[in-house]
Design a protein around this ligand. Sequence first.
Ligand code: GLP
Length: 242
Amino acid sequence: MEIIVEDSAEAAGETGSRAVIDALASRPDPVLGLATGSSPEHLYASLARASAEARFDPRRVTAFALDEYLGLDPAHPQSYRSVVDREVTRPLGLDPARVHVLDGGARNADAECRAYERAIQAAGGVDIQILGIGANGHIGFNEPGSSFQSRTRRQRLDERTRRDNARFFGGRIEDVPQECLTQGIGTIREARQIVLVASGAGKAEAVSAMIQGPVGEHCPATALRSHPSVLVLLDREAASQV
Ligand code: GLP
């Protein structure tokens, strides 16, 4: 794990976007792994600038999002399909036909998850995966207790995650779905490179557990410690317990 502490979340996002550009530049069929949430927003803003200035060519990039709420219409403004369209696909200029998000409205969730795994494989695997970290140490929606070998599957969301994400649903926890579909930890670990961004004091404990706590299923992000290429980008607050 390489750990870089920047002065601000903006600077961490800038460094993250350079890592993404470098990782994809030499690939004939570049594959980018997308995270949603507030953590990567500066990274995406920086990639959007690079795209506008022709320092990043988005046209041939295939992208796979990590996770999606189950039972939320993909057209709902807080579905990750909508968030990815709004915050990533359009600002970066990605080809919408190459941007994949799990279908939270799928009638057969297990079949949807299996098809998603096959699509990632068919694209040649993920070159670089962008990640945030949940306050409980989750990555994607892999909550504490998830197996490090887990694959894309249906999951129940922790109460804490639903509480944390209620801010995207007008503060109403009862509107946050109870379940989700998420790439597994085993799936995420197959990405050739990983760049994890965390900012703010609220992430300090999870970041500390990821970097220096005992490795185990109680903290899903500790699964990244044995990955050969992980870049962790922190602002000062998120790094305050490291
Ligand atoms: C969310 C997402 C994760 C994200 C994490 C942190 O629930 N499913 O992919 O990395 O939790 O979110 P945020 O970056 O908004 O703090």
